[in-house]
Design a protein around this ligand. Structure first.
Ligand SMILES: [Zn+2]
Length: 345
């Protein structure tokens, strides 16, 4: 039993419809979307020792005490990913998973600060470019990457930017992000690199207001001019910020299961996405690190249905993600037509 708050029974028909609903995902990490069995396989392949003697034991370590513990496990998993071929393999598996949830397009984070410590940038870009080209044909899922800076490694920020610019030329990287430990590493540390990224025509997004409070979101808006906020749920603690977000319609990339699993939201409380949406804030639904949080994109929508969201509201959330994506206008229009076809069926 999932001990997470719910007040509404969801019919099997609605679950089936939510799975079939076309989706766009804007906040998901490639490394965190790699399941325990794949990490285990990569560890063996690359002779990396994990602090577990069986796959089951490794899997059981995905019960996180808090955000710092999650980062610890995330870094152990990332350590098993050692070659460009590993990243291609993970991307292919990820696309197959996304196809099962009828995800048509996704913008995916890559933990570039960590990756660049061990991998040749040009080879990674070539491997990823080839995989997403093939993956689009095989699975019908389009993918673009947003490499991000790990805040706890601020020294890596210009190397990450250089990497993003190289992948932008290949057409597979579309923006720069910042993630990792929010407390102690505020957005202001990255003001200049974000300004440079914007000058170079990159989109910019930032995790903020997850483990840290509203001031972190204000920083992401004012110092980084983030076009979307990753999580942002702690905006709810600041009325002025909620007002600002309503007026500016800066989208929040909300990941409900992630917030429950990392104890950002208590399990017996409804998720604050309800209150944010009711106050006119632009919200979207995402899975963040799905196998690490025992979720997937369909389950995120089902959870909201269990918390009383109507079909129309869930459908609107799906449209919100499409509209808040960085897809070029023409591509967006084509998907819009697909969404309309689904709605009429
Ligand atoms: Zn995230």
């Amino acid at each position: 039993m999932d001990p997470i708050y719910s007040n509404t029974a969801v019919s099997p028909e609605l679950m089936t419809r939510l799975r079939a609903m076309p989706k766009v995902e804007l906040h998901v990490h490639l490394e965190g979307a790699t399941d325990a069995a794949t990490v285990w396989e990569l560890a063996r392949r690359n002779q990396v020792t994990l602090p577990a003697s069986t796959l089951e034991e490794w899997q059981s370590m995905y019960a996180f005490r808090d955000f710092d513990h999650f980062i610890e496990i995330y870094l152990l998993a990332a350590d098993c990913m050692q070659t460009p071929a590993d990243f291609a393999f993970m991307t292919e598996r990820f696309l197959a998973q996304q196809a099962q949830h009828n995800v048509k397009y996704c913008e995916v984070f890559l933990s570039a600060s960590i990756l660049l410590d061990k991998l040749p940038p040009a080879e990674v870009i070539a491997a990823l470019a080839e995989t997403i080209r093939q993956g689009e044909a095989t699975h019908g899922v389009q993918l673009r990457f947003i490499p991000d800076i790990s805040r706890q490694v601020p020294d890596s920020q210009y190397r990450v930017l250089e990497f993003v610019l190289a992948g932008q030329e290949e057409g597979i990287f579309i923006g720069l992000g910042v993630g990792g430990k929010e407390i102690g590493f505020p957005p202001e540390l990255f003001t200049d690199v974000f300004a440079e990224a914007r000058r170079q025509g990159l989109h910019v997004v930032a995790h903020a207001g997850e483990t840290d409070g509203p001031q972190s979101i204000w920083g992401a808006i004012h110092s980084l001019q983030a076009e979307r906020i990753g999580h942002g749920v702690r905006a709810i603690e600041d009325d002025q910020l909620v007002d600002y977000l309503r007026q500016s319609q800066i989208p929040l990339e909300v990941s409900p299961y992630s917030n429950y699993r990392l104890k950002v939201v208590p399990p017996d409380q409804p998720h604050p996405i309800r209150a944010l949406m009711d106050q006119g804030v632009y919200v979207t639904v995402n899975s963040d690190d799905p196998p690490m949080f025992s979720t997937d994109l369909t389950s995120e929508y089902v959870l909201l249905a269990r918390q009383g969201f109507s079909w129309d509201e869930l459908w609107q959330l799906s449209l919100n993600a499409l509209e808040a994506s960085f897809l070029p206008d023409e591509a967006k229009a084509a998907y819009r037509a697909e969404w309309k076809t689904f709605a009429r069926a």
